[in-house]
Design a protein around this ligand. Sequence first.
Ligand code: KG4
Ligand code: ZN
Length: 369
Amino acid sequence: MEGPLVPRPITMLGLESSCDDTAAAVVRRDQAGAVSVVSNVVFGQTELHRAFGGVVPEIAARAHAEKIDICVEQALGDAGIPLLNVDAIAVTAGPGLIGGVMSGVMCAKGLSAATGKPLIGVNHLAGHALTPRLTDGLVYPYLMLLVSGGHCQFLIVRGPTDFTRIGGTIDDAPGEAFDKTARLLGLPQPGGPAVQDEAALGDAKRFKFPRPMLDREGCDMSFSGLKTAVLRARNEVMIGDTIARSDVRDLCAGFQAAVVDVLAEKTRRAAALYLAETPSQPALAVAGGVAANTAIRATLETVSEECGMRFTAPPLALCTDNAAMIAYAGLELFEAGQRDGLDLSARPRWPLDNASAPMLGSGKKGAKA
Ligand code: KG4
Ligand code: ZN
């Protein structure tokens, strides 16, 4: 007779190289089911791209190819775990800048071929979407707002390969809007933190910015009109080439208030759709760089309370691109039986939810998510 199923400990190595961070990590789930990030190494490329005002795919790909094996070595070293002791190797296989994704996939294939360890291809967006299970142990299904420089979407997360997108931006992502607003006002990049700091000192009521698509049903959003509104308002208050600091602060405050209002209302609507399914432990999780915004976070927390949902936001290091999320998603996929062969391909596009209508746009900045 078979005894009760005792989960065995699993140690996963994860690799990530889909945009401008080369990352490797080791994640472990112990016999009791507790998950921990044993090591998490990220080599950023911000300096390499700074002069170009955005990520240059060729430069990114070369830097990934140069660094990925060093990164893996460091992650295993930090963890004190030899490669032969990991159970499997998980790697981002898309979506992303194809040269970078290929660097990671090639490296993971090499490691898998050399050691005989199983290879697991992971969707980068699934990595973000599953992070609250790693950090807060959320149970399926939960509602996720993925909000970054390249993406903005509401997902109902039901399992490691089971996602329903119930809405998202039809043009720019909010992070992109923060970055463009900062550029218009002469603030440093990335714009989010700078705009947030100025907004804290400004008057949010002085400029009346639009709240796009609130008049339309559903959870879709639009942020591209907002930056045009900021541009117009800025031009009205500029004297010659200069703009007063108080004007910058008021413009930032007005802009941020508009983003907050849109996200709050659309989150309420997404919550209504999600709660209609009567989840056993209702929860909203937010992820992506914009989740660092304190005003947005506070508002989402209030909306969650209103709707009777638990609210979680992973720590920033696990919200932005990292390999721990890839290792963790790989762990769930490994348990679900996924095994990839050496024919695993790198995919520039890879929607999480193939069943929902395609997005008109998911942020124009590029493949970063
Ligand atoms: O997730 P992430 O690190 O990378 C992308 O996928 O893009 O997000 C970066 C984005 C940038 O657009 C940045 O301006 C924005 O997140 N961001 C913020 C804040 N911190 C970072 N936006 C608003 N408020 C913040 N405090
Ligand atoms: Zn990402």
